[in-house]
Design a binder for this molecule. Structure first.
Ligand code: PEP
Length: 251
């Protein structure tokens, strides 16, 4: 079965004001979007509920992170149970900014992934190598090491609720997009690894999306690649060209 094209808009800690966020959602609401693309918008935590209320009903809201405990003395965190109670259907986990700036290990990301799935929340699971790792020829090894702890904690049936986002760290927010060859080769390798480490069926059905300086000009070419099933978009999700990215799979 064909994998449904998936586009996530990761607003990160942007834009600055409530008004700007509402304007962004309103622009998405009136846009002519390809109905075959699954669209998910991920605002900062404080805006999850109000933006969910105004977002068009054929799109979904995602949290940018969550903790792995249900409740308790964890100041500043939000739990998968709370996201589920608020009917937030997706969460981004393992973003490189979380791994680098907030020291999240692949084991922590895996524990969070398990906890989110246990509450019925789908996960956009981010993986990817640094420039030094790519230049040292370690891309596959790094991606596999980031996936392994997750694979250890998931049942085969859990994978229907996972979207793997391959985001080379050197391409995130830098304006330096991976070439089509780099994106295709790496994502093909990730799929081959899932086939070996989980199952051929999971490898075939799991969406593997690309993230890293995707914009209105480069999205069409990347969307054509056989192992690129969509995009996770940071900077360009704040701009009008985001509509072109959502529609980039249109023939
Ligand atoms: C991201 O933050 O997931 C991302 C891909 O950012 P950008 O599109 O700005 O590179």
């Amino acid at each position: 079965m064909a994998r449904q094209f998936f586009v996530g808009g990761n607003l990160k800690m942007n834009p600055d004001t409530v008004a700007a966020k509402v304007a962004l959602i309103k622009a998405i609401n009136v846009a002519d979007l390809d109905p075959t693309t699954e669209l998910v918008i991920s605002p900062p935590t404080i805006y999850l509920l109000p933006l969910k209320d105004i977002l068009r009903k054929d799109a979904k809201i995602a949290a940018q992170n969550c903790y792995f405990k249900d409740s308790g003395a964890f100041t500043g965190e939000i739990s998968p149970a709370q996201l589920a109670d608020a009917e937030i259907p997706f969460v981004i986990l393992g973003h490189s900014e979380r791994r680098t700036l907030f020291h999240e290990t692949s084991e922590i990301v895996a524990t969070k992934t398990r906890a989110a799935l246990d509450k019925g929340i789908s996960v956009i699971l981010c993986i990817g190598e640094t420039l030094a790792q790519r230049e040292a020829g370690e891309t596959a090894k790094v991606n596999e090491a980031q996936l392994e702890p997750v694979i250890d904690l998931l049942k085969e049936s859990d994978w229907s609720k996972i979207v793997v986002a391959y985001e080379p760290v050197w391409a995130i927010g830098t304006g330096k997009v991976a070439t089509s060859q780099q994106a295709q080769d790496t994502q093909k390798d990730i799929r081959a690894f899932l086939s070996k480490a989980v199952s051929p069926a999971v490898a075939e059905s799991t969406r593997i999306i690309y993230g890293g300086s995707v914009n209105g000009s480069n999205c069409k070419e990347l969307a054509k690649l056989p192992d690129v099933d969509g995009f996770l978009v940071g900077g360009a999700s704040l701009k009008p060209e985001f509509v072109d990215i959502v529609n980039s799979n249109k023939v």
